[in-house]
Design a protein around this ligand. Sequence first.
Ligand code: F6R
Length: 611
Amino acid sequence: MCGIVAYIGKQPAFPVILKGLKRLEYRGYDSSGIALFGDMVNTFKKKGRVAELEAWDEEIISTATVGIGHTRWATHGEPSDANAHPHSSNSGRLTLVHNGIIENYASLKQELVQKGYTFKSETDTEVLVNFIEDIQINNNSSLEEAMRIALKRVVGAYVIIVMEEGFPNRLIAARKGSPLVIGVGEGEHFLASDASPIIEYTKKVIYVNDYELAIITPDEIILKNLGNETITPYIQQLDMELAQIEKGGFDHFMLKEIFDQPGSLTDCLRGRLDMENLTLTLAGVEEHMSVFSQAKRIIIVACGTSWHAGLVAEYMIETLCRIPVEVEYASEFRYRNPVVGEGDVLIAISQSGETADTLVAIEKAKEAGAFIFGVVNAVGSSIARLSHSGAYTHAGPEIGVASTKAFTAQLTVLAMMAIKIGREKKTVTESEYNRYLAELALIPEKVKAVLETHESIKEVAKHYADARDFLFLGRGYNFPVALEGALKLKEISYIHAEGYPAAEMKHGPIALVDENLPVLFIATKDAYYEKIVSNIQEIKARKGMVIAVISEGDTLIRGMADHVMVVPEVDELLAPLVSVIPTQILSYYIGVLRGLDVDKPRNLAKSVTVE
Ligand code: F6R
């Protein structure tokens, strides 16, 4: 999340940084800013896309040859001019850009407030720049030393690049967790979150490692560790073309986002799941726990993929919390004069946080007295603001129109909610609670294991790229995965696809089955396994083609199906988090094989802001 670019050298810095930020907009695009060294540090920052920065003063931008820039995907504080980076310290001596999250920012801020520091923004970044300044003042130390001390106390992930008044020919950068690449030029250096802003100037790069500090002038790069020992920089040759790295080396944003999932799920769990103390922290739920534990019922409203996440949540919440759940299409709910009021909790699920139907559904329920909880990816979005409380999914910007990593992050947040509320209501025992936490912690690794099988899924795709129709079947927790698989396939490949609960097949859809119809079963090991096996036999008896998502070690279905896609075994509550991955990969490859623009399928938009 967030992109950073910096330049120090001999050419005007502004155009280099501006162009670089545009390349990094996929990392976030709710606000942006640049600071340049002239006679003093000048900063220009705006809410909105990077292009807004083109309106900056001509004189400032034409002369400066040193600067830092940032394009933001909000985490702390909504998108606004004030929350945009760069941020300066109270004295104005330090200015920095930051990519990452400072998890202990609240306690650091409290310390600084007591010392008289004031803040113009709601960001963790403004806390960090003042924290560094405070150390510098108290210890009468250099910026470099103050950064070393500060970063030892900071919890979280960061890349920062800092400018200091009085040192116009030097930038200092540091990283832990978030990426930083330095481009090595002749009398000039480039810094960025990935190589895309650098590649047109130089192919010589240094990847900065965690806990390293880089002191950079136009002619020199000094790398040090936090113990102040100098490290010899390892200069690598970029073996990539510009077009590739804009998508992080992937052919499409959709594929990149599918592969992002081990990381995005880790981000979603970060600061919430603590396996050392066996705790699950979800502030938005905790602060309103009595509302949840006393809820007469929970209504979930959403659209599309987010609605499918809602269906999984229905299974999770009813099983773990014993609260009745209704899952509604937001577009239907808003128009049908629903019976809703006090004592009801309405959970709105949305990646963009701007979906028009979901917004209106919330407004209606809120007016009627329901408590609104938002499960949203885009920080500061309308749905997040309209909710009484909520939990962000922290999946990072999703640019491919087909939702992939947002879906799995939604499932993760919803699972955490169900586990937490169930424990409070004592409908989840302590041993179940501990088991679920342990399972959750393993999910990113299990998703990674599925991604590693992508080549074999590509082979499966080759057999079905010319299909005209597809049927997706699943039961229990995997029934919504069947719906999601069908949606993904139809939007990416334009193949007609339908999802059904497997047992419903006999009530109509089985009439479609012949030797030309691929039927994809989500058939992982769970309580319905035997029943699914019977359903597969029924399809085979009618000469249908069977593709199955199966659990590792399942030889029975492997022997029956035409093709299988294998996933690690997972508790059935969390099974959708891994069983959906092969369907995402399959849809992607089928779309690509059909020569389609998988990132921007026809007629669709990423954010549906009209009803
Ligand atoms: C499908 C897809 C859509 C969205 C739907 C809701 O891949 O992306 O079905 O899930 O438009 O959007 P959000 O979650 O932004 O409210």
